[in-house]
Design a protein around this ligand. Structure first.
Ligand SMILES: [Mn+2]
Length: 398
């Protein structure tokens, strides 16, 4: 599905936006999980988009003045060769189409050469070390590269941040990317159908999660694109609940926010089901969320700004839920985010929406006092005049 032409083409499209530049894009570094073992490696999506490679600690260098790409690799010691397997340039070339290799320690030569030729030095600006409000530490790869570049260049303040250029490229999906997302959605759809048919057999959120995990893998996906949320009753009002460990109770709702991953691309689907017979209150709130989703979907088209869309949909949410006795002063999350290699994908949120962007549409209502959380989430692609709902086949019945 994704061959070296895809990655080569992505490098060329980025290069075309930045003439006479040396673009330096780091892979994620490998991080310790415990004692002498690393976390399962997850590549930086930008690096993957430009190379297709899952190698940690590497740096991609694109000299746009001569349209040439070089991959700088960390030197493997004997331990790494023996325990992790030796890296093969031939394998890397086959995947990425990159023919030139060097060592990370050679970065300075590339930067010196580029300065002689008066090329602009470009990178991806790092996030802060600790990322608020999420409360986690960023992968240090970008910060480390930035520190090295600042040491090497003659004017550190002139290093150019290319997050915007790369973000726009990644936001607008190519056919092969939409196909991968569609496949991830279809696998999610089939798995949800299978799980819903035997919902009465499950006693615990974890059993539902396990059935979904098995369904994703048996359909040849790469498993979950993100930590699944399987939340019964009041747990559904914790927006990123993912301990998925409590008993299912007959008269409660069950909120599922799950998505398979295919070729690195994510689906991101939420459905809310009843375990037993729904109460009138549950039905009324569910219908209101559906109505709000229609309202949101009807606004999406090229040219609109997501900020305006969020505000309008929020106002509609206030109006709709007020009729049900619920006063919302601040809506807790965005109604849409870009979707792709990252579940919350790269893209330009402040610029007018463009065709072939893929987005979620995910209104919800969270009422911990009533033990109710409802979210309905579909994945759409922006077309010439509106949207195509890629997850239309997944039923939206309580
Ligand atoms: Mn989502």
């Amino acid at each position: 599905m994704f061959n070296s032409n895809f990655f080569k083409n992505n490098r060329e499209r980025l290069a075309a936006l930045l003439p006479n530049s040396l673009i330096c894009i780091p892979a994620h570094v490998s991080l310790q999980e415990s004692a002498d073992l690393p976390y399962k490696f997850r590549q930086d999506s930008n690096f993957w988009y430009l190379t297709g490679l899952n190698a940690p600690d590497a740096i991609l260098i694109i000299d746009t003045s001569k349209n040439s790409s070089t991959l700088l690799l960390p030197e493997q010691n004997e331990y790494q060769k023996e325990w992790d397997g030796a890296q093969s340039h031939a394998d890397f070339k086959k995947i990425s189409g990159i023919g030139t290799y060097g060592a990370v320690s050679e970065l300075s030569n590339f930067v010196k050469e580029a300065e002689k030729k008066n090329l602009a030095i470009c990178h991806l600006a790092p996030l802060p070390e600790r990322v608020e409000p999420y409360g986690f530490y960023a992968n240090p790869a970008r910060k480390m590269l930035e520190a090295k570049l600042r040491e090497l260049v003659s004017s550190p303040d002139e290093i150019i941040d290319v997050r915007k250029e790369l973000g726009r490229l990644r936001q607008v999906k190519q056919n092969v990317e939409i196909q991968a997302i569609q496949r991830a959605i279809d696998i999610t759809a089939d798995t949800l159908e299978e799980v819903k048919a035997k919902l009465g057999d499950f006693n615990n959120e974890k059993e539902v999660e396990n059935a979904i995990t098995a369904g994703f893998f048996s359909r040849n996906s790469q498993g979950h694109a993100y930590e699944p949320i399987i939340a019964g009753g009041k747990n559904a009002s914790i927006i990123h609940y993912n301990s998925n460990s409590e008993a299912l109770i007959g008269d409660e709702l069950l909120l599922l926010d799950v998505g398979a991953k295919v070729n690195g691309y994510a689906a991101d689907i939420s459905r809310t089901w009843t375990i037993g017979k729904p109460t009138q209150r549950q039905q009324d709130l569910y219908k209101a969320v559906l109505e709000l989703q229609d309202f949101a979907m009807n606004q999406l088209k090229p040219g609109i700004k997501l900020r305006d869309y969020q505000e309008k949909t929020e106002n509609e949410a206030k109006r709709i839920f007020k009729k049900l006795g619920v006063n919302i002063d601040r809506y807790p999350h965005g109604f849409s985010h870009f979707l792709g290699l990252d579940v919350h994908d790269a893209g330009l949120y402040d610029e007018p929406l463009v065709e072939n962007s893929v987005l979620t549409v995910e209104p919800g209502i969270y009422l911990p006092d009533e033990g109710i959380g409802i979210r309905i989430e579909d994945n759409v692609v922006i077309t010439k005049n509106g949207i195509k709902n890629l997850s239309e086949s997944i039923p939206k019945l309580l």
